[in-house]
Design a protein around this ligand. Structure first.
Ligand code: PGA
Length: 244
């Protein structure tokens, strides 16, 4: 089965030259069963896509607007139709930083999911509990609620779920493997209630040291990698761990 190792570059790197250099370092990674992906900033997007055009590395978008799936007077926004036109391989929707800093709730995320669906884009849909919710034992409940944004939208095989505990993102902290596996099993069950089948990847402080353990699990279909994806060597080691 295909595994996915996707770099979420967020608002990095500082320059266009660094972004294209990082992209060309990805071309040196060889994997058999792992699909690699990256998400450059929009300003660097087409240049990175061009560097990776003769590879099978996915180049995705970090977000799309909820305002429309096409065109309109929405200063600063980028739409699903525009992403499809430049052959974006996927789009991230529901990342916790967007939920947290831009107040993206289930209702808005459902709109975004529908826009992506209408443009036939593959979606990496992120879900995960906060530290307080984790401490209060509400993880499963939170995941079920977040997954409800998918209700009634049929993505066929164009959907990947990323389980990313908010408290694990960029902190160096991770749940135990057993906790991650329990969450993945819960997600799988909640998805089946929605008649959805999709790969489930893990994100949150994945690095070249913990990747092998995560990859050894039969229920983790890959990784969404933030910080460590900006270091070509670390990212290559993570990809290789999932390729074994
Ligand atoms: P991190 O970020 O790997 O830096 O924790 C993961 C993410 O936000 O997708």
């Amino acid at each position: 089965m295909t595994k996915y190792v996707i770099g979420n570059w967020k608002l990095n790197p500082a320059t266009l030259a660094q972004a294209t250099a990082l992209a060309s370092s990805l071309t040196k990674i060889t994997t058999q069963t792992v699909r690699l992906g990256c998400t450059p900033a929009f300003l660097h997007w087409t240049a990175v896509k061009d560097v990776l055009k003769d590879t099978n590395i996915w180049v995705g978008a970090q977000d799309l607007t909820h305002k429309t799936d096409r065109l309109g007077a929405f200063t600063g926004d980028i739409s699903a139709a525009q992403l499809a036109d430049v052959s974006a391989d996927f789009v991230i929707i529901g990342h916790s930083e967007r939920r947290q800093y831009y107040d993206e709730d289930e209702q808005r995320l459902t709109i975004k999911l529908n826009h992506a669906k209408s443009a036939d884009l593959t979606v990496v849909f992120c879900i995960g509990e906060t530290k307080d919710q984790y401490k209060a034992g509400q993880t499963f409940e939170v995941l079920t609620k977040q997954l409800s944004a998918l209700q009634g939208i049929s993505f066929a095989n164009r959907l990947i779920i990323a389980y990313e505990p908010v408290w694990a993102i960029g902190t160096g902290l991770t749940p135990t493997l057993i906790e991650i596996e329990r969450a993945h099993r819960h997600i799988r069950q909640a998805l089946s209630m929605l008649a959805i089948d999709a790969p489930i990847i893990y994100g949150g402080s994945v690095n070249d040291k913990n990747a092998r353990q995560l990859a050894s699990s039969g229920v983790i279909d890959g990784a969404l990698v933030g910080g460590a994806s900006l270091n070509a060597q670390s990212f290559a080691l993570i990809a290789q761990a999932f390729d074994e």
